[in-house]
Write a protein that binds this ligand. Structure first.
Ligand code: NAD
Ligand code: USQ
Length: 512
């Protein structure tokens, strides 16, 4: 079926409102990326790799064409079996606030009142790296799960000419596969959480007991490409989170917000990093205050703004929230994503979205020298993706109290970049790889040699059993990278975004 949408319409009347929202939002917020005439093919198969930004001409569209099948449109809002929820995402009914006592899943003390009933968890950003693994894990553990995602990340990859190392199926095929293998349904709402009407409908349709919010622009380099990407990052992240807070207040007062923050909010202070709060004695008086934040990119700063907004609404409205200040995640396989190739998670290795250890493993696999930025003493907290899903489950199972803004530092070990490079070199040699390292002039503004000692005990106290970085994990990640090395576009490996060169001029990022 060929379908044309005129995006000048104030309110497109047709079909799935969700996809209209997605594209309209994309158009208004991502004008830096789109073009006056724009043709998009959406299909369940993967797009061709290595597409350049020039190939996906980038100017704001007056109209665009979506080629898809009728059945795909039907699946844009993939619903569970419950009849009461049919078409709710398409509806615009004004929701009614619910009283706390009217929520049968919580007792008067705010704790879940019926432990036998699976909790309903909304995973925002559930098509992404952490969100996909988490959604499957929670579904496997008996939670009723809905994924909310605008799919903007797939669009960004497309526009920057990037691709995951691993081939990833469309979200629809992923969910079909999950259902076929496990019999479990994960509901799907495609839309942008910055669109409050969409979010309201989604909340009223799904009625979450917990919301896990991964749905943000998460790359520091992306936020430092140019002014419009910086603005997009902060609008997308801060407004999205603000909308989630308002949705909880309005429709699901007892819902527990589990928000993905980042260790990078703290920066690299010359004292120990505490979990969220620090007790200070100043001029003879003592207080426990939020730990000072020194973020070092427009992305990391968006997380600081989120944290402040969440803390404020916990105080003002009694919202219950857990801020998971997560370190850098590595790895790709979890028990659930390993069940079938269509469930495979993404693995980013490029200079914009790829993170240190994942990048180093892919670099080693293709014989590219490991790209240590500057002196390589930059130290961060790291964790295996299998621990990301475990930590989120622990946070949901042990909710914050009403009004509590709880902060957990979510990582298991800390490493400098040089230490990571040495570990990958050693593991690569065991596999017969010739692994070299180069020092790349640091594209970022950050301390390259510094003190770093961050606390991370609260999740352990709740029962986290860490998967520490081991030879076997490195071996498996390297072998995984070797398996897919033919998909690597080596031109995407070197960093291309400079913290100092960012300006107002839109930057064209393309694979040459
Ligand atoms: P990702 O880019 O793979 O996934 C993010 C998902 O959110 C994407 O599917 C994207 O389409 C969706 N999204 C973005 N904006 C949205 C919006 N406005 N409405 C609906 N959906 C939206 O990122 P990730 O690596 O999975 O990271 C997830 C979260 O975890 C982020 O908040 C990130 O800051 C945090 N985090 C990630 C890491 C890491 O190493 N990957 C480390 C620490 C914290
Ligand atoms: N680095 C290199 N070489 C590389 C890539 C990175 O030396 O090829 C260095 C960076 O300069 C930085 C460190 O490694 O000092 C970590 O960089 P990264 O790209 O792995 O991670 P970062 O940009 O901090 O962001 C990632 C996620 C982000 C999350 C953050 C957690 O993309 O969403 O918030 O990790 S944290 O670092 O704890 O803030």
């Amino acid at each position: 079926m060929m379908l044309s949408l005129d995006v000048r319409l104030q309110r497109p009347l047709l079909l799935s409102r969700c996809i209209c929202i997605f594209w309209l939002e994309s158009n208004s917020k991502m004008a830096h990326l789109l073009s006056t005439s724009f043709s998009v093919k959406i299909s369940s198969s993967n797009r061709p790799r290595g597409q350049t930004l020039n190939q996906v001409r980038a100017v704001l569209p007056n109209s665009f064409t979506i080629k898809t099948s009728k059945s795909h449109f039907k699946r844009l809002v993939s619903k569970g079996d419950r009849a009461r929820k049919s078409c709710v995402v398409l509806a615009t009914a004004v929701p009614v606030s619910k009283e706390v006592s009217a929520n049968p899943r919580y007792g008067s003390d705010g704790s879940p009142s019926d432990s036998s009933k699976p909790q309903r968890v909304m995973v925002i950003g559930g098509d992404g790296y952490c969100g996909w693994a988490t959604a499957l894990h929670l579904s496997n553990k008996g939670y009723e799960v809905a994924i909310v995602d605008s799919l903007v990340r797939r669009l960004m990859d497309h526009q920057l000419g990037l691709d995951s190392l691993t081939p990833i199926s469309s979200i629809h095929n992923r969910l079909r596969c999950w259902k076929a293998i496990t019999g479990k349904t994960i509901e799907l709402y495609i839309g942008d959480v910055c669109d409050f009407e969409f979010l309201s409908d989604t909340f009223n349709s799904f009625e979450p007991d917990a919301v896990v919010h991964f749905g943000e622009q998460r790359s520091a380099p992306y936020s430092m490409i140019d002014r419009s990407r910086a603005v997009f990052t902060q609008k997308n992240n801060v407004i999205g989170t603000l909308n989630v807070l308002f949705a909880i207040k309005e429709f699901r007062e007892q819902c527990h917000l589990v928000k993905l923050g980042t260790m990078g909010e703290y920066g690299t202070p010359n004292i120990d990093i505490e979990e969220g709060y620090i007790t200070i004695t100043h001029n003879g008086r003592t207080d426990t205050l939020p730990y000072p934040k020194q973020a070092s990119s427009f992305y990391h700063l968006s997380k600081v703004h989120d944290s402040n907004n969440i803390a404020f609404t916990c105080k003002a409205w009694g919202i219950r929230a857990t801020d998971l200040n997560q370190g850098v995640v590595y790895g790709v396989k979890t028990d659930e994503t390993s069940m079938h190739e269509q469930l495979c998670n993404r693995l980013d290795y490029d200079g914009v979205f790829g993170t240190a250890l994942n990048r180093f493993c892919v670099q080693a696999a293709v014989g590219h020298p490991l790209t240590v930025y500057g002196k390589g003493g930059q130290t961060r907290g790291y964790l295996d993706i299998r621990d990301t899903v475990q930590c989120v489950e622990l946070a949901i199972a042990n909710p914050a109290n009403p009004g509590e803004f709880r902060v957990f530092n979510q990582f298991t070990e800390q490493f400098s970049v040089n230490e990571l490079a040495a570990l990958v070199t050693k593991a690569g040699k065991k596999l017969g790889l010739d692994v070299q390292t180069i020092s790349v002039p640091n594209p970022r503004v950050e301390a390259e040699e510094h003190y770093y000692n961050a606390k991370h005990t609260k999740l352990i106290e709740l029962g986290l059993k860490p998967h520490l970085l081991s030879d076997s994990l490195l071996d498996s990640l390297l072998n995984f990278a070797i398996e897919f090395k033919d998909r690597v576009d080596t031109k995407q490996i070197m960093p291309s975004v400079s913290w100092k060169k960012i300006g107002v001029k839109p930057q064209t990022m393309s694979a040459n």
